[in-house]
Design a protein around this ligand. Structure first.
Ligand code: ATP
Ligand code: ZN
Ligand code: ZN
Length: 822
């Protein structure tokens, strides 16, 4: 089976099968406890079923709910008279029109079976928890004498009830032949059928701590006093779990305080989708660049792709907010996609301050219950704003008026695995097309893909909007580049240059705050023996183990950043027993320790994936920093994304080099984006900012471009190189990843597949080659990279056909438009 061309896929996703008038078939998704799959049913002639309708179908010995996905041909391997018939439509138009077209298009473009696409899109057990109900719609004065006895009996049953509304199962128990009876009543428009999502099972209760002390505490320790102080500063009322986390204290300590009468701990009800009360805020008076941008966006009618290119701190969020407000008044909804959940507390707070409880947050870290609640709220069709990470692009909002992708350049919008390996920006474009609404892509450092798409003159429906200045014409911070080779030559062996040391010294004196960016978490990237050169490696992966120590005297651990294997740090070299083991490369922990040593008075918060593992910890750490409980925030990549803290004046980049020398064709683009974004955190308030960028390659074009704040010049130069090598955005890439526990099988399979693919025209095949780290978690990994002219959907065998070439012990991922080449 071969796929149709790219351009036609939107059309191809629509059913264009020539149906006979008498028999039609439909593929439905059955999704009940224990069963999840796509099945084909026959359609009775009198039912007008559309994709997105909820149906009831016979399944085994019972009847279950199912979602109509697409009209189809009967499966070849089933006798037609064996195919069962759809019983009824339970709820017409349950999903927005075009939704299933979107999922089909994703399945096709990303070489993924539709079922796998549905799994990322829908919360599990959607239908299993819902209930079909029947209610009266008209006064039954006429025509009832023609009804069959069953239908009349049902009608009487409903009329006898106050609201004229019963569950279908109740009717079934009361009336014989309920199916036919209900169908008859539906056809005569006397009743309607609808699907009721389950009511919230049980309100969730959680412990809250309330301050009741007088402020005259005398019989408590200073530690306990500190806890009361934290509670007081936050208005005297906090969730227990939050207080425990912020104060790193135990329930026992809080119990003591309760016994002494300073606090009260009691259970309180929380909404499962909990949010703190946030002060209302009003729309701001826009700058002229903001007004121009807003005007263009609000005047759009139907599909359009808009790039909102605004330097860091130029007020893109305010434009989003004011573009959404009128939509809500028109009864429409908006979808806002953001890169990572660590970024969302601040952004969601801003949205909630403007739109209150019309805002829902949706991301993959929600529990099934929370995900389900949010879904239920979306399907009501009430105008609302959904903010979420990449999977929220599937949020089934009806009446979608606008899609926004904030920080559109960010690579966390791309899923590497499992399949479908979708990019939320690509899917958002299709979704906006299908819903006929605008898509706004916002960034200070747009991806080259978006830049080319919006800037090339022959595309219709694209708009380029620019916010070239910061709010209140604040300057972008000057970037000072420090050549670390010279520092060393001049006798400075510290990881901080003299310039950075001076700036750190000044922070506390001036009551300002700073951010230090480090490329890696952990302490050191690897440990090696000074006597024999042995490097300690992961037993399951072909990589060195990273050294972790959270603070001085804490346990020393070696950890694998690929498979998370951990062991304690050996005292002697496992190879030669020498005690001289040395650490190389510095991560966040090492930098934090070094800071404590050199600047003991400086209060530091570490912000990386090790310290933000638990739910709510991003928010907790950022709130502490915003409340000036620390002078310096030390962290990785996460710091670069959308933080808006006016009191931050200093940004330091400890070593830019780790970003510059990554071995993939996007390294320069990514390094430029990351460094520009992190630099953009400085000087967003009244006090001017300052950036100190330490590097061993000060002459590198990326470093130069970051210093001069020249996005466009950098981008044009980078695009020339991409064009010369036919890399994206000019050519397309598809990466096949193969892995197996058996090194020989995976290698030979990769070779066979590459040979098969060699027959595809217009396609260059690179590899097969072992992945840059061959073995991860004891699986050997090989890759085949396909390079294609842009706009061509290659005639790749479909997923099933490809799968059949591969022995069961080998796993395959087809990564379309890959960003990650590890
Ligand atoms: N018109 C305005 N008048 C006054 N303040 C504004 C205005 N618009 C935005 N701001 C404020 O300016 C600050 C920066 O805005 P915002 O965070 O939206 O910038 P941004 O463009 O998203 O930056 P980045 O890309 O760096 O995240 C915010 O504190 C915001 O409240
Ligand atoms: Zn050794
Ligand atoms: Zn490992």
């Amino acid at each position: 089976m071969y796929l149709p061309g790219l351009k036609s896929s939107i059309v191809a996703a629509e059913p264009r099968v020539p149906f006979q008038l008498t028999s039609r078939w439909i593929e439905v998704l059955v999704d009940c406890p224990g069963v999840q799959g796509i099945y084909t049913y026959k359609l009775p002639a009198e039912l007008d079923v559309q994709p997105g309708d909820i149906l009831s179908v016979p399944f085994g010995t019972s009847q279950v709910g199912a979602i109509a996905i697409r009209l189809s041909q009967p499966p070849a391997d089933l006798a037609q008279d064996k195919i069962k018939e759809v019983i009824d439509i339970v709820s017409a138009g349950f999903f927005p029109s075009g939704y299933w077209q979107l999922l089909n298009r994703i399945a096709e473009y990303y070489y993924t079976p539709l079922m796998q696409v549905i799994r990322v899109a829908l919360p599990p057990g959607l239908l299993g928890r819902s209930q079909r109900r029947i209610r009266l719609i008209a006064k039954a004065d006429a025509a009832t004498q023609f009804l069959t006895p069953a239908a009349r009996q049902i009608l009487e049953l409903l009329q006898a009830q106050n609201q004229g509304d019963y569950s279908f199962t109740h009717i079934q128990r009361q009336v014989k032949g309920a199916y036919r009876g209900v169908r008859e009543l539906l056809r005569s428009h006397l009743v309607e059928s609808y699907l009721e999502p389950p009511r919230l099972s049980k309100p969730k209760r959680q412990k809250a701590v309330t301050l009741v002390g007088t402020g005259l505490e005398s019989d408590i320790t200073s530690r306990q006093r500190e806890i009361l102080e934290v509670l007081r500063r936050r208005g005297g009322d906090m969730w227990l779990s939050e207080l425990l986390q912020i104060c790193s204290t135990s329930s026992a300590t809080l119990k003591t305080l309760e016994q002494k009468g300073y606090i009260v701990i009691q259970e309180r009800e929380v909404l499962r989708i909990a949010f703190d009360v946030i002060a209302q805020d009003q729309p701001k008076a826009l700058t002229s660049a903001q007004s121009q941008a807003l005007e263009t966006i609000t005047q759009l009618d139907g599909y359009a792709q808009v790039l909102l290119h605004g330097v860091t701190g130029s007020g893109k969020t305010e434009v989003y907010l004011q573009a959404i407000a009128p939509l809500l008044n028109q009864g429409k909804s908006a979808l806002v996609l953001v890169p990572e959940i660590g970024l969302t507390p601040q952004l969601t707070d801003r949205f909630r301050a403007r739109f209150g409880n019309k805002v829902c947050v949706y991301h993959s870290a929600l529990s099934d219950g929370e995900r389900y609640d949010t879904w239920r709220q979306m399907l009501t069709g009430e105008p609302q704003v959904v903010i979420g990470t990449r999977s929220a692009v599937f949020a089934p909002l009806p009446h979608l008026g606008l899609i926004i992708l904030d920080e559109e350049h960010d690579s966390s919008f791309k899923q590497d695995q499992p399949i479908p390996t979708y990019h939320a920006r690509t899917v958002a474009t299709w979704r906006a097309e299908l819903e006929n609404c605008p898509l706004v892509l916002g960034s200070a450092t747009p991806s080259l893909e978006t830049w080319v798409e919006v800037k090339s003159e022959n595309t219709l429906n694209t708009h380029y909007l620019s916010l070239p200045e910061r709010i209140q014409s604040r300057p972008l911070p000057p970037v000072e580049i420090v050549d670390m080779r010279q520092e060393l030559q001049q006798g400075n062996r510290s990881i901080f240059s003299r310039s950075l040391q001076g700036a750190l010294q000044q922070l506390q004196e001036r009551e300002q705050q700073g951010i230090l960016f480090i490329h890696r978490r952990g302490h050191s990237t690897f440990v090696s023996c000074r006597s024999c050169g042995y490097v300690i490696e992961c037993p399951h992966c072909d990589v060195s183990l990273a050294y972790h120590q959270t603070e001085e005297k804490a346990p020393e651990i070696l950890r694998c950043h690929y498979c998370n294997y951990a062991q304690s740090h050996p005292r002697h070299c496992p190879e030669c027993s020498s005690p001289y083991l040395k650490f190389f490369g510095s991560g966040t922990q090492r930098v934090a320790q070094e800071l404590t040593r050199q600047f003991p008075q400086l209060r530091v918060i570490r912000f990386d994936s090790d310290t933000t593992r638990t739910k709510g910890s991003h928010r907790t750490l950022l709130t502490r920093f915003a409340n000036r409980e620390a002078d310096l925030l030390v962290g990785t990549q996460m710091l670069t994304k959308g933080l808006d803290l006016p009191q931050v004046t200093l940004v330091g980049v400890v070593a830019a080099d780790g970003l510059l020398h990554l071995a993939d064709y996007r390294a320069a683009e990514r390094a430029f984006q990351t460094l520009t974004q992190v630099a953009g955190r400085a000087g967003r308030g009244e006090d001017p900012g300052r950036v100190i960028l330490q590097t061993y390659s000060p002459e590198h074009p990326v470093i130069q471009a970051v210093q001069q704040h020249v996005y466009e010049a950098f981008t044009e130069a980078e695009l020339q190189q991409r064009a010369a090598l036919n890399y994206p955005p000019y050519g397309r890439l598809i990466l096949l990843r193969l892995s197996s526990t058996d090194p020989a099988t995976v290698e030979s399979t990769a070779q066979q597949i590459a040979a098969q693919l060699n027959t595809i025209s217009n396609c260059e095949i690179l590899g097969p080659a072992p992945a840059s780290v061959l073995r991860v978690s004891n699986r050997y990994r090989w890759q085949i990279l396909l390079k294609l002219a842009s706009e061509i959907q290659p005639e790749l065998p479909d997923w099933e056909a490809m799968r059949s070439l591969i022995p069961p012990s080998v796993s395959l991922t087809i990564d379309v438009d890959p960003l990650n080449f590890m």
